[in-house]
Design a protein around this ligand. Structure first.
Ligand code: ATP
Length: 256
């Protein structure tokens, strides 16, 4: 389905980005791309190709040795930086704090809202991610994997960022729960006008989620384009190999 949210104006640009953990061994090699405002851009590649490194580099969690990262924060967004959700929400949620506290914290740190207003926003966000108010009073360990990922998404979106970076957000979940979280991400993308960088090794999930896709091999982007074009007219040999390995070239259900 055509995504009506897309405006042909990048919200985010990476130019010539290179990262090495060890000297002279690039993990990311001159990576360049843009994320259009309102789009969901997929990043696909085999384990170890550099996907998480790219996510961390663009969030300044690790240093890059060369290249430029440009984030266009619109005037009405008060400079909220891109936020991230991870594969394993358990490690990103503070285990000794209740969900209500976790969701209120970013609002507290930013300041400017009364306690009552903050709690109202927490309730609203729980509702947006499909969780009842009672979850505010639970610890992360008392939640299922899917519920924890809902809380992680809620936490990332509390300050209403314009860009979300989702690093394998459904990979650790059962298939039925995966489908629910994908639905939720698509709903949040529509409702909150979010742009998303969606990182996954699962080509089928990317097909369901994304408008465009980048294929990464050993730290380089080898192909990039609209999902339909890349999946059904792949230009790079590596893309063809990935699609064949996932059984996608002959799988009609993707095109139905
Ligand atoms: N902190 C680190 N120090 C040294 N090498 C690292 C570090 N983190 C990752 N690497 C290496 O960098 C390469 C890319 O890793 P990265 O985690 O970015 O890949 P990935 O595509 O996200 O993999 P996966 O899909 O398995 O999560 C791998 O060879 C990995 O071993």
């Amino acid at each position: 389905m055509e995504n009506k949210n897309i405006q042909n104006k990048p919200i985010f640009a990476v130019s010539d980005l290179s990262v090495s953990y060890k000297k002279h061994v690039p993990v990311l090699d001159h990576v360049s791309f843009e994320i259009e405002r309102g789009e969901i851009l997929g990043l696909v590649g085999e384990s170890g190709c550099g996907k998480s490194t790219l996510a961390k580099a663009i969030l300044n969690m690790i240093k890059h040795e060369s290249g430029e990262i440009t984030y266009d924060v619109s005037k009405n967004n008060k400079g909220i930086r891109p936020q991230m959700v991870f594969q394993d929400p358990y490690s990103s949620l503070n285990p000794v704090k209740k969900v209500g506290w976790i969701l209120e914290e970013p609002l507290k740190l930013r300041g400017g809202l009364t306690k009552a207003k903050r709690l109202e926003k927490v309730r609203e966000m729980l509702d947006r991610v499909g969780l009842d108010d009672v979850f505010a009073d639970r610890y992360p360990r008392q939640l299922s994997g899917g519920q924890r990922q809902r809380v992680a998404l809620a936490g990332a979106l509390m300050l209403e960022p314009e860009l979300l970076i989702a690093d394998e957000p459904v990979s650790a979940l059962d298939v039925t729960i995966q489908a629910q979280i994908i639905e939720l991400l698509l709903k949040l993308h529509r409702d909150m006008n979010l742009s998303v960088l969606f990182i996954s090794h699962d080509l089928r999930v990317v097909y369901q989620m994304c408008d465009r896709v980048m294929i990464m091999k050993k730290g380089e982007i080898v192909e990039m384009g609209k999902v339909q074009e890349v999946y059904f007219s792949p230009k790079h040999e590596y893309t063809q190999t990935l699609l064949e390995a996932a059984g996608i070239s002959e799988d009609k259900s993707l095109t139905d």
